[in-house]
Design a protein around this ligand. Structure first.
Ligand code: MD3
Ligand code: FE
Length: 202
């Protein structure tokens, strides 16, 4: 696991937030639910790319259409593809971009592994924007590291870290939230957005 803390400058973060607002306009946030129990997650999500990750009573899956609008997901913006090429891979492009919305103060994400992708040797790239996340991760559930992911931080998962357990314990609000400064109605005040770029198909 490679952390590039505060790696994106303000202008690149603003460009990404604008691109996200266009995605959310076409593909609104929705609340995923837990497989089997159908209990709502404490985050909202949307996607871009050919394959969007969803969760509902049936399980976790990658699907080509938004579960509510039934439309294809919007394209992954070039501002994000550029970061994938810079930090992950020049050859294979991601085909999935999950956008997680954390509201302050009640959002969190339980400890889990990401193993729904077909080829787990492909890397994952994550970008944090807005409020801070208290992020926990480790090889086992019992021995976790904790780190504060601030706005503009990038996290790269490859090789042995690809199957680490990880989750977001809580959200901490910040004095100047760059998402609030952009002033889009689609994002609540004091929120955090996490973007994960992945390759779902081989
Ligand atoms: C470690 N998202 O969407 S991003 C997820 O902050 C997810 O929203 C978190 O976990 C968030 O699945 C964490 C950092 C991250 C992403 C993928 C990973 C860490 C990872 C895959 C494997 C190991
Ligand atoms: Fe995850």
């Amino acid at each position: 696991m490679i952390f590039l803390l505060n790696s994106l400058d303000k202008n690149s973060q603003i460009k990404i937030i604008k691109d996200l607002s266009k995605i959310i306009y076409k593909s609104p946030f929705f609340t995923p639910t837990l497989p089997r129990f159908n209990k709502p997650f404490k985050i909202k999500i949307s996607n871009a790319g050919k394959w969007g990750w969803i969760s509902n009573i049936q399980g976790y899956q990658y699907v080509e259409k938004h579960p509510e609008t039934k439309k294809n997901w919007p394209e992954i913006p070039s501002s994000l593809l550029y970061l994938w090429q810079k930090h992950c891979c020049k050859i294979k492009m991601p085909d999935s971009c999950l956008i997680n919305l954390y509201s302050f103060p009640n959002s969190s994400l339980g400890l889990h592994q990401d193993n729904n992708e077909k080829d787990l040797t492909n890397p994952v790239l994550s970008i944090s924007l807005g409020s801070n996340a208290i992020f926990r991760y480790g090889k086992n559930k019992t021995n976790l590291n904790e780190i504060c992911l601030k706005t503009g931080s990038i996290c790269i998962l490859k090789d042995s870290s690809r199957l680490y357990y990880h989750g977001v314990k809580k959200i901490q609000k910040v004095k100047e939230n760059i998402i609030d400064e952009c002033d889009f109605d689609c994002f609540p005040k004091n929120c955090r957005i996490n973007i994960t770029l992945r390759k779902f198909e081989g």
